[in-house]
Design a protein around this ligand. Structure first.
Ligand code: F6R
Length: 241
């Protein structure tokens, strides 16, 4: 795992932005894996800005998001699909049918998981996967003790993850208890992975990832097995490493 230390959140976002644009330029039909949450917001702003300045186009790009809450429709303001529309998709020239987010409200979630894996296979797998890191070491919604060989599936969210995400909801009761998430093994099939980490609250999990052993109690530690992972982290996130 290569580690790039940045001064702050903005520099982390810019470095990731450069890498995403390079990938789009290099590939004929690039496939990007995308994350939601606070961490990639700066990356999306930077990509939107580059698009507006005619430095990048997304018409040949296909995207796959990591996860979606069960029970929320794409129109629900708290769904990850809505987040992606607001923070990224509606500002760029990515055709709507090339932007994929797991379907959390189909009524048949396990079928939705299988369909999602099939779509990723048909797209030829993910060229560049963007990940954020949970305070408990999760990646996507693969919580501690998720088997390393997990595929896209329905998962129960831990209380720590529901707490961390409650800031987006009106009350704790509104925070969903389940989600569809790409599995750890599915994520590992990406050709290249960038893990973005910012802020003191991620410092302990990041230090454990860098110095600890590979263990299912820290889901992100599976990344140690991947041949092409770059961690882009700011000084605060690396303060305990
Ligand atoms: C989001 C996702 C999660 C987040 C992680 C960090 O799609 O898969 O694993 O990346 O929970 O969240 P933030 O960036 O809000 O700290």
């Amino acid at each position: 795992m290569e580690i790039i230390k940045t001064k702050d959140y903005d520099e982390m976002s810019k470095q990731a932005c450069v890498k995403v644009i390079e990938t789009i330029e290099e590939m004929h039909q690039p496939v990007l894996g995308l994350a939601t949450g606070s961490t990639p917001e700066g990356l999306y702003k930077c990509l939107i800005d580059a698009y507006k300045r005619n430095k990048v186009h997304f018409d040949k790009v296909t995207t796959f998001n990591l996860d979606e809450y069960i029970g929320l429709s794409p129109e629900d303001k708290n769904s990850y699909h809505y987040y992606m529309n607001e923070n990224f998709f509606k500002h760029i020239d990515l055709p709507a049918d090339q932007a994929n987010v797991p379907k959390g409200n189909t009524g048949n979630a396990s079928q939705a998981c299988e369909d999602y894996e099939q779509l990723i296979r048909e797209a030829g797998h993910i060229d560049l996967q963007i990940l954020g890191l949970g305070v408990n070491g999760h990646i996507a919604f693969n919580e501690p003790h998720t088997p390393f060989n997990s595929r896209t599936q329905v998962v129960d969210l831990t209380e720590s993850t529901r707490d961390a995400n409650a800031r987006f909801f009106e009350s704790m009761d509104d925070v969903p208890t389940q989600a569809i998430t790409m599995g750890l093994e599915s994520i590992m099939e990406s050709r290249e992975i960038i893990l973005l980490v910012s802020g003191f609250k991620k410092a302990a999990a990041l230090a454990e990832l860098i110095h600890g052993k590979k263990t299912e109690s820290l889901p992100a530690s599976i990344l140690k097995n991947h041949p092409n992972v770059t961690i882009i982290a700011d000084e605060e996130a690396l303060s305990k490493a």
